[in-house]
Design a binder for this molecule. Structure first.
Ligand code: GDP
Length: 612
């Protein structure tokens, strides 16, 4: 029944292999290594690849991977047991060789393999005959909750974190729906914070944002203009309501930004992260009667065994998971990450307790950096030049829900492209929301004024392609791309209407726009303020693009623009949730309301803020 069984080292040496068919399995095993083992998704031990199911077990002491592959249509109840048993037999038999690192030798394992497999098949048959038993208390989730994980410690800021603590308890109990409700409260709290921030800014002569602090209505609110002439010359990009007459006045304020965005986008810096050294961090971790000592002083003393087992890591992992959720990582993803760390570390032999906490933390940190590091290169400037050489425009489409900052960040990206000597056409394909076209017109006018043509007859740095409201967005995008090709414009930026992920007709329209126009880059714009909601949005956007594309190889989201990063302090978890769900890079980070507030993600800085 098993098509393949293989034992290989994490370094890539195949120690032993059994194959019952002549099928070539290397693509499926390679995909497992690439998409699961290297990408920190080892929490779940099953991976589907075409018609095959692959199940695996990691031996972390000897750095081995045990893999079986079988046809997806089969339901083999013994595979988990088989993997456990076969791993134990292999370790017992070759312990000395493995300890001496003699991996290149003849592992004569066939007879043991056959015996273990037979025993497991017999066991599965006997299990099938047993009447179904009720779950015992020991098997239940509740029994796994340790007293330690329920104790609230002094020093934890109760008032600030009360929402999160309730949320975490619910999740520990498996009540994910309740957690989702609380997540709404968290978003509302985040939004209130943002509103407060913006209000403080207003005191400092910064324009008020029109956004409502409430979460319920994501519909665009009418813009509230601050009174008095002195607020009008600030370089805020909030043009959600058209104010063309202001545009000219404001240009003078923006001119100092010109020339600041040449070359690749600068890296994001997360407050004072880089400066703190490893030693300082360790010093912080030392329990001190004066200091609260941070998260890791809390988990010290909870675990004391030498070999890392699931049980011995559990309290540490529970704390880490709660910590991640507190930093706005979606609950489900925080769970998966911690499970993946548990799988990765189980069986590792360690000396003291201190190294348990440190090892778990280091492994999680490593996994987070890995998740945030782009799997593929996105070099937009180079790709634009390449497209220009081919005599066609480079096309980027922006999608996302309402009010997340699509138009504003599209304008910032446009500014960056112009600064790099590329000409841009903005395609106003949000034909749905009143004011959307005018908002882009204002941006286009300001951007063009900031970068006047260098020669009398040179084309404008940026133009707007608009056809008003109510028309088919896919058609307008197509015309815009043709217009850009005819007029040798380098880049087309397609602004699409904001839509909720559950709005089927609008999602269908978006899938059509993407299918018909085949943009080079489909960017999902999402706010850094969201937690669990980010996952829901991304999953559903990707799903809708796949469902409505009517193609065997549908287009999905290629990258993420993470906006409003300036409003979240160190609650940077949305970056992890979004990249984990899509496997796609965060290409731009929006950090404010001027044209230069656009950064590239710095994985190390974000992870540092996350683990702080
Ligand atoms: P759209 O409906 O998705 O096109 O959203 P808009 O571009 O109209 O932006 C909605 C609001 O978010 C506006 O008030 C913007 O000024 C604000 N905004 C967009 N990006 C950022 C950002 O990176 N930081 C901050 N603080 N505000 C932003």
């Amino acid at each position: 029944m098993l098509d393949l069984f293989s034992i290989f080292s994490k370094g890539g040496i195949v120690l032993w292999c059994f194959q019952s068919t002549s099928e070539i399995f290397s693509p499926s095993v390679n995909a497992l290594i690439r998409s699961v083992i290297l990408q920190e998704r080892t929490g779940n031990n099953t991976f589907n690849y075409n018609a095959l199911t692959l199940q695996y077990k990691l031996d972390n002491e000897f750095e081995l991977v045990f893999v079986v592959a079988y046809q997806k249509i089969l339901q083999l109840s013994y595979v988990d047991k088989f993997l456990n048993d076969v791993q134990l037999e292999f370790r017992d038999k070759y312990k000395n060789d493995l300890q001496n690192n003699s991996l290149i030798m003849d592992f004569n394992f066939r007879s043991t393999f056959d015996r273990v497999l037979k025993e497991c098949e017999v066991w599965a048959k006997s299990q099938a005959k047993l009447p179904k038993q009720m779950r015992t208390f020991e098997d239940s989730q509740k029994s796994k909750k340790t007293v330690a994980s329920m104790i609230e410690r002094r020093g934890e800021e109760k008032s600030k974190k009360s929402v999160k603590i309730v949320e975490n308890k619910n999740i520990t109990n498996g009540k994910v729906e309740e957690a989702a409700k609380i997540e709404d409260d968290v978003i509302a709290a985040n939004r209130a914070k943002l509103a407060q921030k913006l209000a403080t800014k207003t005191k400092k002569d910064v324009k008020k944002s029109p956004k409502s602090p409430k979460n319920e209505d994501r519909v665009k609110q009418p813009r509230v203009w601050a009174l008095g002439g002195d607020t009008r010359d600030l370089p805020s990009l909030d043009f959600s309501t058209d104010k063309p007459e202001d545009a000219e006045d404001n240009i003078s304020a923006d001119t100092e930004l010109v020339g600041k965005m040449t070359g690749a986008i600068r890296d994001l810096e997360v407050e004072s992260e880089e400066s703190s050294s490893e030693e300082e961090e360790e010093a912080r971790e030392q329990p001190s009667p004066k200091k609260s000592g941070g998260m890791f002083s809390i988990i010290k003393g909870l675990v004391g065994s030498k070999a890392l087992t699931e049980d011995s890591m559990r309290p540490v992992l529970d704390k880490l998971r709660d910590h991640l959720i507190g930093k706005n990582v979606a609950a489900d993803i925080a769970n998966k990450l911690c499970e993946s760390v548990a799988v990765k570390l189980e069986g590792k032999v360690l000396g003291t307790f201190d190294s348990v906490a440190k090892t778990v933390k280091a492994t999680l940190t490593e996994s987070l950096v890995q998740i945030l590091s782009p799997k593929r290169r996105v070099d937009i400037l180079r790709d634009c030049l390449h497209a220009r050489e081919q005599g066609r425009p480079y096309v980027m489409a922006f999608c996302g829900v309402n009010g997340v900052g699509k138009s504003t960040n599209l304008a910032k990206i446009c500014f960056w492209l112009i600064e790099n000597d590329l000409t841009v056409l903005i395609a106003a394909c949000d034909t749905f929301r009143a004011g959307a076209v005018e908002q882009l017109r204002t941006h286009a006018r300001r951007l063009a004024a900031l970068h006047p043509p260098r020669a009398p007859h040179a084309p404008a740095a940026v133009q707007l392609y608009e056809k008003g409201y109510g028309k088919d967005a896919a058609g307008i995008a197509m015309e815009a791309i043709k217009f850009a090709a005819d007029n040798r414009i380098d880049v087309v930026l397609i602004d699409t209407a904001g839509r909720m992920q559950d709005n089927e007709p609008l999602m269908r329209a978006l899938a059509k726009l993407i299918k018909v126009n085949e943009p080079d880059l489909v960017l999902f714009v999402g706010e850094a303020l969201v937690g669990n909601e980010a996952v829901d949005q991304l999953v559903k956007f990707n799903q809708a693009l796949a469902d409505h594309s009517a193609s065997s190889n549908p287009r999905a989201i290629d990258g993420i623009v993470l906006t409003k990063f300036d409003t979240i302090d160190d609650k940077v978890g949305a970056a992890i949730s979004m990249t984990y769900i899509t496997g796609q890079p965060i290409v731009f980070v929006g950090t404010g309301q001027t044209y230069t507030d656009l950064k590239a993600l710095n994985a190390n800085a974000v992870v540092h803020a996350l683990m702080k």
